[in-house]
Write a protein that binds this ligand. Structure first.
Ligand code: KPL
Length: 302
């Protein structure tokens, strides 16, 4: 395994980034937070987080800037999908080409720019169903144990399989998946249904257990597109998958609900927007998802 793998640099310290930083530090890793060019982003000097048992932990992260890029051994990008490009831009041409870039965000559609901007770096993709809440600029809560999968997005990333073991020492679960894009699509379906519905209703994820027919109709509309992308599950499989996550995260507010509530943009362009773009290319129509997209866009504007 390559050396220095216990030094993680995190780009993005939202709800999930904050909790991951805490979990990685607790497992004995050195954790640095990368300052972006965005002066509005305030990073925690003392990061406090509560674990699943309600126990409080704190640690003081190190800070790096783009000019320190040569010291970045392992870059974990946990910004929102729509921030990936602007957050990574200062590292173009200065991040060592051997440094792996691990992208972890909801939605899809950021990857192609990353490959163009960092053509020689190993690029890895990750999906997670861990629940996280940001309580303030410096305070975070781990709200649900979930699975985390990472996998290669290019050839150079294939040797980085040991990263999954390393993550598994810090997280409730982590595994390597050669089929990470299929897992991203599965998560995309879950987010495309739970997130906009709960962001619009203002309710917790568990509220969808009483809206099974809507969930089913939204799944049904996606089936032809999913089949084109190699996901062959039938309607009951997808409905149960979405409802199962709603059940497991019943007390959570979805990230889209949290974003809109806090006056931030949502990730709808990388979730439903991505699905609509893919559907258009395949000449498929997704009227129900189109309605959700427009309703979230309208809510973003207000
Ligand atoms: O990923 C999530 C999110 O809120 O973004 C789910 C799985 C829906 C949990 O809330």
């Amino acid at each position: 395994m390559p050396r220095h793998l216990d030094h993680w640099t995190l780009l993005g310290c939202g709800a999930l980034g904050g909790v991951l930083a805490g979990l990685l530090a607790q497992a004995g890793n050195q954790v640095s937070l990368l300052r972006t060019n965005d002066a509005a982003v305030r990073l925690p000097l003392l990061l406090t987080w509560w674990d699943l048992q309600g126990q409080q932990h704190s640690f003081e992260p190190d800070f790096l800037q783009a000019k320190d890029a040569a010291n970045i051994r392992l870059l974990l990008v946990t910004t929102k999908a729509y921030q990936v490009q602007s957050a990574l831009e200062p590292l173009v041409g200065v991040l060592p080409s051997a440094t792996p870039i691990l992208l972890l965000h909801n939605g899809m559609g950021t990857e192609s720019w990353v490959h163009r901007a960092f053509p020689d770096n190993p690029v890895l993709l990750a999906v997670t169903s861990n629940g996280a809440l940001r309580l303030g600029n410096e305070e975070f809560r781990h709200t649900g144990a979930g699975e985390t999968w990472i996998g290669p997005a290019n050839e150079a990333a294939r040797v980085w399989q040991p990263l999954a073991e390393l993550l598994a020492r810090a997280l409730p679960h982590a595994g390597w998946s050669e089929e990470i894009r299929l897992r991203q699509w599965e998560k995309l379906v879950i987010n495309a249904i739970i997130n906009p519905l709960t962001a619009l209703s203002g309710e917790r994820n568990g509220s969808l257990l009483a809206r099974q027919y809507e969930v089913e109709a939204l799944c049904e509309e996606l089936l032809p597109l999913l089949q084109r992308h190699g996901l062959s599950g039938e309607l009951a499989f997808w409905r149960d998958k979405v409802l199962n996550v709603a059940r497991l995260t019943a007390d959570n507010f979805s990230s889209m609900h949290q974003d809109l509530d806090a006056g931030r943009d949502s990730e709808i362009d990388y979730i439903t927007g991505f699905l609509l773009r893919e559907a258009q290319e395949a000449q498929l129509h997704l009227p129900l998802h189109q309605q959700l997209y427009q309703a979230i866009k309208a809510k973003e504007r207000t």
